[in-house]
Design a protein around this ligand. Structure first.
Ligand SMILES: Nc1ncnc2c1ncn2[C@@H]1O[C@H](COP(=O)(O)OP(=O)(O)OP(=O)(O)O)[C@@H](O)[C@H]1O
Length: 196
C-alpha cells in the first residue's frame, strides 16, 4: 500500500501541503488539480525522489540494489532516457535482460525501433517504450504523470488500453495524474480533486 498522511514538502519558500491519500494494489486512483499545486512533487515523493518535510509516508519495502516497486512515468519521457543508449539497451538495463520482449506487442512497440536512440522515435512511440521500461516484474505501483497529454487520441487509447490490461493482470496500483478530468473518469476507480 502507498499512503500519505498530513504530509508536506518545502522547496525554499514554497510550501506544499499534500492531500491524504491511499493507493492499494489493483486500484486506479486519479489525481486532478490546478497547475503548480504540487502534483509532480507528490509523484516524486511517492517514487522516493524527494523527501518529505513533514508527515508520514508508507511505501512498499524493497532491498537495497533492487528496483523500486514504485515507478514514475512522466509526460516528457525523453528526459527519462539516456540519449546515448539505444532503446534496446535502455530496456535491457531496466529489465536486466530481454524479458521486456513479452510486452512489446501489448504496448505497440515495434521491433524496428529497438536499435534506434530515443531521439530517433516519436514522442508517442517513446512513451510506449517508457511504459514497457517501467513495467519490470517487480513494479507494484505506477505513477502516470500526464503520460498521454499531447498525444493523439488513437495513441492515448492504445496506451490506456494496454495499461488497463496490465494493471488488471498484475494487480498494479495506478496513480493517474492529469488535467483531463474526462480521462480520469474513464480510466480510474476514484478521482481525488486536490484544491488549494
Ligand atoms: N525543485 C524545485 N525547486 C523549487 N521549487 C520547485 C521545485 N519543483 C517544484 N517546485 C515548485 O513547487 C510547486 C509545485 O510544482 P509541481 O511541479 O509539483 O506542480 P504541478 O501541480 O505538478 O504543476 P503542473 O500541473 O503545472 O505540472 C511549484 O510552485 C513549483 O514552482
Amino acid at each position: 500500500m502507498l499512503q500519505l498522511r498530513n504530509a508536506g514538502l518545502e522547496y525554499g519558500n514554497t510550501q506544499i501541503r499534500f492531500p491524504d491519500l491511499t493507493l492499494s494494489p489493483g486500484q486506479r486512483l486519479g489525481l486532478f488539480g490546478p497547475s503548480g499545486l504540487g502534483k509532480s512533487s507528490l509523484a516524486k515523493v511517492l517514487a522516493g525522489i524527494e523527501p518529505l518535510s513533514q508527515g508520514e509516508l508508507t511505501l512498499p519495502d524493497f532491498a537495497k540494489g533492487s528496483a523500486n516497486p514504485v515507478q514514475w512515468a512522466i509526460q516528457q519521457s525523453e528526459f527519462a532516457f539516456n540519449p546515448r543508449l539505444t532503446i534496446k539497451q535502455s530496456l535491457r538495463e531496466s529489465w536486466r535482460g530481454d524479458g521486456f520482449m513479452v510486452l512489446l506487442d501489448l504496448y505497440g512497440v515495434e521491433p524496428g525501433w529497438l536499435n534506434r536512440r530515443p531521439s530517433q522515435i516519436s514522442g508517442g512511440q517513446l512513451q510506449r517504450v517508457n511504459l514497457v521500461r517501467a513495467l519490470i516484474p517487480s513494479t507494484e505501483y505506477l505513477i502516470c504523470d500526464e503520460i498521454t497529454a499531447h498525444l493523439d487520441m488513437i495513441t492515448q487509447q492504445q496506451i490506456w488500453q494496454a495499461l488497463d490490461e496490465e494493471a488488471y493482470r498484475r494487480k498494479l496500483g495506478l496513480l493517474v495524474i492529469s488535467h483531463d478530468e474526462d480521462l480520469l473518469n474513464l480510466v480510474c476507480d476514484d478521482v481525488l480533486h486536490w484544491t488549494a
